[in-house]
Design a binder for this molecule. Structure first.
Ligand SMILES: Cc1ncc(C[n+]2csc(CCOP(=O)(O)OP(=O)(O)O)c2C)c(N)n1
Length: 544
């Protein structure tokens, strides 16, 4: 197959991948790519390359597939790096295509416009896969290999894949031939390992299950395991919604609460599936887990990395769970009731602790259809209740920066909203996180997706302010100037609504979510009133 230039070839590959929307910033070093995408698909001109990657990342997450970002050489590619780190941390699927200087001058250090030192090395450091297009015969192959690496697919764990493409080669006619995809073999536990783990599961009287992001491909199997055993399900933040969170055995992302610690202390078998046991989900790895531990993971390095494992099962979640379920037996009388009681307890306690913000949590869930994306920046309302109490029914709806970097929520929300135009999207952001990429308000105003942006305004970096108030003698770098959000919304041509009291929450959020375009909702936290206790993150501070 021949194409007039690289842009036409990129469009053909994106169509194969089912991608209809691409996020990026145009440049002299990606012009043929941007023009072809804009002509044939949808090109969304965001205002910062980091947001292009965030939007592409969330587009992929919200569809359970892959997103694409286009950036420029040098500073443009460098600007993308922070968000590529987020995708690397999440194992999410981003195809990042970036420019490069003319192939003739590559690596010559002449100071060619936008040239940078070892761009491929930089991309390799922040991507799961990175490659350079070397000529006009192999661009299609390089792009497809990158997409395959990003998607993970059988045997792979996925992540961002970057392709740099010299500008002279982008302009040149391309030839492209079909290349049979080569997938690594999918690992699977041995029959002996499965039999031993099955025997342990069959003996379990008080089982618990813990699901991470690696379980999201085994939704039905996980639900069947819960039904067959009566086990309670804990999840990491990434595993949320794998089984809908209104299922009465789903305790969810509450592992470190007193009620769940009690349950963990009494459980006799724990089955964990595709989870990292991140520091913030295990109280810096101090959370105690039952010693009898069946751990399923596609990544051999994850087995036993954080917690000891008695029965490691190296394999894909769905087939491994299917094999295990054959051995499942019901728990002892009363266990399932304890699980349900713990579920109710942790939710009621948190609902109470967050004070007036509970009205906002309830209003979001009441206004949204069951399947709608909630994209969250790193702000106190996310960390305290958005990541736990606000129910999720599908992992594709649960978009948040797993690496904890602020400023990514709005870009992610825009990507998700354009990926899923049939349902409204909500973004939760703090005034501090929003300020990082305030320019994306203009992308929002331009593209006008069905997106409600809720800005929790506390005049600065609240979470660090709370930490300093608790542990330090003075505040440093946390009290910030915030814009008048009403004026800002007006300047951007965005509708604006305000929540300054609990009773505003339901009508305001219902109105915003019902709109067929964007709305900026400001929550005036000073007017709304405090939570019962100031929120501080679960990080260790040495005694000073
Ligand atoms: C990229 C990045 N820079 C710095 C931080 C440190 N940090 C974590 S939360 C936070 C404050 C966020 O403020 P805001 O969005 O207003 O939310 P609030 O804490 O006030 O709820 C900062 C600076 C971070 N997580 N990521």
């Amino acid at each position: 197959m021949r194409y007039d230039n690289g842009g036409d070839l990129l469009v053909a590959v994106l169509r194969e991948l089912g991608i209809d929307t691409v996020f990026g910033i145009v440049s002299v070093h990606n012009l043929p790519l941007v023009e072809a995408v804009d002509r044939e698909l949808r090109f969304v001109p965001v205002r910062h390359e980091a947001s292009a990657v965030n939007a592409a990342d969330a587009y992929g997450r919200a569809r359970g597939s892959l997103g694409c970002a286009l950036t420029s050489t040098g500073t443009g590619a460098g600007n993308a790096a922070g968000s590529l780190i987020e995708s690397l941390s999440a194992g999410s699927s981003v195809l990042h295509v970036t420019g490069q200087i003319e192939s003739e001058f590559l690596g010559s250090g002449r100071g060619f416009i936008h040239e940078t030192k070892d761009q491929l090395g930089m991309l390799s450091a922040v991507s799961a896969h990175a490659a350079t297009v070397p000529d006009t015969e192999r661009a299609g192959q390089i792009l497809r290999e990158a997409a395959r690496a990003a998607l993970g697919g059988p045997g792979g764990t996925g992540g961002p894949a970057s392709v740099e493409w010299p500008i002279d080669l982008q302009y040149a006619p391309q030839t492209d031939g079909p290349v049979a995809p080569e997938y690594p073999a999918v690992p699977a536990p041995t029959d002996g390992e499965l039999t031993a783990a099955g025997a342990l599961l069959a003996s379990a009287r008080r089982p618990l299950v813990w699901a991470g992001g690696g379980a999201t491909g085994a939704r039905g199997e996980l639900a069947r395991l819960l039904e067959a055993t009566g086990a309670g399900l804990l999840t990491s933040n990434s595993g949320r919604g794998t089984v809908p969170e209104d299922h009465e055995q789903v305790i969810g992302n509450f592992a470190t609460t007193p009620a769940v610690r009690g349950l963990l202390a009494d459980a006799d078998v724990l089955v964990t599936i595709g989870t990292h046991f991140r520091s913030n989900e295990t109280a810096d790895y101090t959370l105690e887990l039952p010693p009898a531990h069946i751990q399923i993971d596609l990544d051999a390095a994850a087995l036993g990395r954080v917690y000891p494992v008695t029965h490691p099962l190296h394999g894909d979640a769905a087939p491994t769970l299917t094999a295990l379920i054959r051995h499942a037996a019901p728990a002892e009388d009363g266990w399932c009731e304890r699980v349900r009681a713990a579920r109710a307890d942790v939710r009621a306690t948190l609902h109470d602790n967050i004070g007036p913000q509970a009205a906002i949590c309830d209003a979001i869930r009441a206004a949204l259809p069951r399947e709608a994306v909630v994209a969250r920046d790193v702000t106190i309302p996310s960390s305290s209740w958005g990541n736990r109490l606000l129910e999720m029914y599908d992992p594709r709806d649960n978009v948040f920066p797993r690496g904890g970097g602020i400023g990514q929520g709005l870009g992610m929300g825009i990507g998700a909203a354009l990926a899923r135009p049939d349902a409204p999207t909500v973004v939760m952001a703090g005034d501090g996180g929003l300020a990082v990429h305030l320019g994306e308000l203009l992308t929002l105003a331009q593209e006008r997706p069905r997106l409600t942006l809720i800005v929790f305004n506390d005049g600065g970096y609240g979470v660090l302010r709370n930490m300093q108030d608790r542990h330090s003698e003075r505040r440093s770098g946390v009290d910030l100037v915030t814009p008048d959000f009403e004026l800002l919304a007006r300047a951007c041509g965005l509708p604006y609504l305000r929540i300054a009291a609990e009773e505003h929450a339901a009508p305001v959020i219902a109105e915003a979510v019902a709109s067929d375009g964007p709305t900026l909702v400001e929550v005036d936290l000073a007017a709304l009133g405090p939570m019962k206790n100031p929120f501080t993150p679960p990080v260790r501070i040495p005694v000073r």
